[in-house]
Unconditional design. Structure first.
Length: 391
C-alpha cells in the first residue's frame, strides 16, 4: 500500500500546532484529518479509518488521556496506534500515557525527522499486524476447511470399515457353514470308501477308489483348514490357549504323522540340535497345525531321496525354527503373495487346498510370532517360524 493511502488524525486544541503538523504530514504524502477537541476526535474516528492518531494530552473539557481511554474501550479501535503530544516530560505523565494504551510520545517542540520516523514506524507496525491477522484468519479458515474434510473422510472410512467388517464376518460365517456342510456328507462317503477297500475288486476299480479316496482327503483337509481360518479371524487371540510347548515333541509328532509319505519318497528328516529342553509358548493344537502345514509342503516338493533339515535357535526371548528342504525353491513372481490364500503357480503352496500357508501365517500372527519363507543359498526353500519363549 502506497504512503498516500495512510491516514492520520491530528488532535490538538492549538490551531498553530495543528496547522504545522498537518502541513508536515501532507508534504510527506500522508492523508490528514484534524480535530480541535476530544469530542470531535471521537466523531472522526467513528466516521473514518485511520492508521494513526497524534493526540495532545493537555486539552480542555476532555484531555488526551480520557480520549485515549474511549478509543481503546472500543474493540474496533483497540489496535489503533496513538502517539501522545505533550510538553510534559515528567515520569508520572509518561507512565499514565502508556498505561492508557499509548504507543509512543513526542515532546513539544517537535523534531521533524524524529516525528516522521516514529509515525512511519508505528503505521508500518499497524499494517504488519493487520496483515498477520489476515493471514491467521486465512489459516484458521483453511484449518476449519481441512478439519471438515477430514471429518467427512473419517466418516466415510468408518462407514467403509463397518461395511468391510460386515462382509468379513459374512465371509467367515460362510466358510464355517460351508466347512460343516462339506464334512457331513464327507463322513458318509469316507465310511463307504473304507468298506469298499475291504472288498476284493478289479484292479481298475481299485484305482478309481484310490483317486476318489485321495480327492475326499483333500476336500476334508480344505474343510478343516477353512474352519480353522474362520475361527482365528473371528476370535483373534481368544482362539488360542497358550501353554508351554516342548519344541522337539511337537516336531516329532508332525514327522510321525507323515511316516508313510516320508518312507515312499525315501526322505531323510534331520532334527539335530533340538533337545527336549527347548520350549516355547503357544496353543499346542494350532502350533502343531502350523508345523504340519510347513512340513507337508516340504515333503510334497522334496525330490526322491531328498533331505529336510529342521533346526532351532533360542535368542532374545524368542525361539526360531527353520525347516529347510532341497526342492525347487520359490519362484520370484509369487514370493510377495506366497501367504495369500489360493495362490497358484508356486511350488511351495499347498496345491491341495490353497490354504495351508495362509493358515500358518494366521496362526503365527495370532501368537504374535513371525513366519517367513526364502530360497536357500544352495537351493530349496527355508521356512522360519518365530515363537515367543514366554507368554
Amino acid at each position: 500500500m502506497e504512503i498516500a493511502d495512510k491516514k492520520i488524525l491530528i488532535v490538538d486544541d492549538n490551531p498553530k500546532n495543528v496547522q504545522l503538523l498537518a502541513k508536515l504530514l501532507s508534504d510527506n504524502n500522508y492523508i490528514v484529518e484534524t480535530a480541535m477537541s476530544g469530542e470531535e476526535a471521537l466523531y472522526w474516528i467513528g466516521e473514518s479509518d485511520f492508521d494513526l492518531v497524534l493526540l495532545d494530552i493537555m486539552m480542555p473539557e476532555m484531555d488526551g488521556f480520557e480520549v485515549c481511554d474511549k478509543i481503546k474501550a472500543n474493540e474496533k479501535y483497540c489496535d489503533l496506534p496513538v502517539i501522545f503530544l505533550t510538553a510534559k516530560t515528567d515520569v508520572e505523565s509518561l507512565t499514565i500515557a502508556f498505561s492508557k494504551g499509548g504507543y509512543d510520545y513526542l515532546t513539544k517542540p517537535f523534531n521533524t525527522e524524529e516525528l516522521l520516523a516514529r509515525v512511519r514506524t508505528h503505521i508500518d507496525l499497524k499494517r504488519a499486524k493487520e496483515q498477520l491477522k489476515e493471514v491467521n484468519q486465512w489459516l484458521e479458515a483453511k484449518v476449519a476447511e481441512r478439519t471438515k474434510e477430514l471429518q467427512e473422510s473419517n466418516k466415510e472410512l468408518a462407514r467403509a470399515k463397518a461395511e468391510l467388517e460386515v462382509l468379513d464376518n459374512a465371509k467367515n460365517e460362510f466358510l464355517k457353514i460351508l466347512s460343516h456342510e462339506i464334512r457331513t456328507p464327507l463322513n458318509g462317503i469316507m465310511g463307504g470308501l473304507e468298506l469298499l477297500k475291504l472288498v476284493e475288486l478289479p484292479k481298475e476299480t481299485e484305482d478309481f477308489i484310490y483317486i476318489l479316496d485321495e480327492s475326499i482327503c483333500r476336500l476334508e483337509a480344505f474343510s478343516l483348514k477353512a474352519l480353522d481360518i474362520s475361527q482365528i479371524r473371528v476370535k483373534g487371540a481368544e482362539a488360542i490357549y497358550p501353554e508351554k510347548i516342548v519344541g522337539l515333541s511337537i516336531i516329532n509328532e508332525c514327522v510321525k504323522s507323515y511316516t508313510e509319505k516320508i518312507s515312499e519318497k525315501k526322505l531323510i528328516i534331520e532334527t539335530g540340535g533340538i533337545n527336549d529342553k527347548l520350549y516355547f509358548t503357544g496353543d499346542e493344537v494350532f502350533a502343531r497345525k502350523c508345523f504340519d502345514n510347513i512340513l507337508s509342503n516340504a515333503i510334497n516338493y522334496s525330490p526322491i531321496s531328498g533331505k529336510i533339515a529342521i533346526t532351532a535357535k533360542e535368542e532374545n526371548g524368542k525361539v526360531n525354527f527353520f525347516i529347510k528342504d532341497n526342492g525347487p525353491g520359490i519362484p520370484d513372481a509369487v514370493q510377495k503373495t506366497i501367504f495369500n490364500p489360493f495362490v497358484l503357480g508356486n511350488d511351495h503352496t499347498d496345491h491341495f487346498t490353497g490354504l495351508g500357508l495362509n493358515l500358518a501365517k494366521l496362526i503365527m500372527e495370532v501368537h504374535s510370532g513371525e513366519i517367513s519363507i526364502a530360497n536357500g543359498a544352495e537351493g530349496g526353500a527355508i521356512v522360519s517360524l518365530t515363537f515367543n519363549k514366554e507368554h
